[in-house]
Ligand binder design. Structure first.
Ligand code: FE2
Ligand code: FE2
Length: 168
């Protein structure tokens, strides 16, 4: 789907495009998380990433359900935004020597991912409601709550211990 060929004509097309974007993003995140689990040192951070990997897998299954409810094939469309966020995370992590500083960098990267997801799901839920897909909106709402909870947990970890130990 290219913007120059003007494949997005209606609000339904735009909704579908954005759904495919987050489907691609969730799949990329699922592939990136094992590496972040490996790199994390603080046990609570490792455990938090592990939990979110499980959630991400079920979020992908939830998106499969969304496509099914809409009578559409589940497929992704390349999302340069998430590619960029993950690429930058990898680059920065590769430059950090100290394990505790690396934990702070991993949290910062993970929060950039969560904020991207929160933004996308917020938009999708509003559009789904507008397009009278309230059952789809309810499913997406469940995922949004998980993304927000993950973001809050990451803030608590950073401000509770990781930033201080990285700075000492
Ligand atoms: Fe997600
Ligand atoms: Fe997430």
């Amino acid at each position: 789907m290219g913007f120059f060929s003007k494949d997005i004509k209606t609000m339904d097309d735009l909704f579908l495009h954005t759904l495919q974007d987050i489907y691609y993003a969730e799949n990329k995140i699922e592939k990136a998380l094992p590496d972040m689990i490996d790199k994390a040192t603080a046990p609570e951070l490792k455990a938090g990433f592990e939990q979110h990997l499980g959630e991400t897998t079920s979020q992908i299954a939830r998106l499969d359900q969304v496509f099914e409810k809409l009578g559409l094939e589940a497929e992704g469309v390349q999302c340069p935004a998430i590619d960029g966020i993950l690429e930058e995370a990898d680059e920065v992590a590769g430059e950090v020597d100290d394990d505790r500083v690396l934990d702070a960098a991993l949290i910062a990267a993970a929060q950039a991912v969560e904020h991207y997801e929160i933004s996308r799901y917020g938009t999708l839920i509003a559009w789904a409601r507008e397009l009278s897909h309230s059952d789809v909106a309810d499913l997406l709402e469940e995922t949004l709550e998980e993304e927000k909870a993950t973001d809050t947990k990451l803030t608590e970890l950073a401000e509770g211990s990781v930033n201080a130990s990285a700075s000492s």
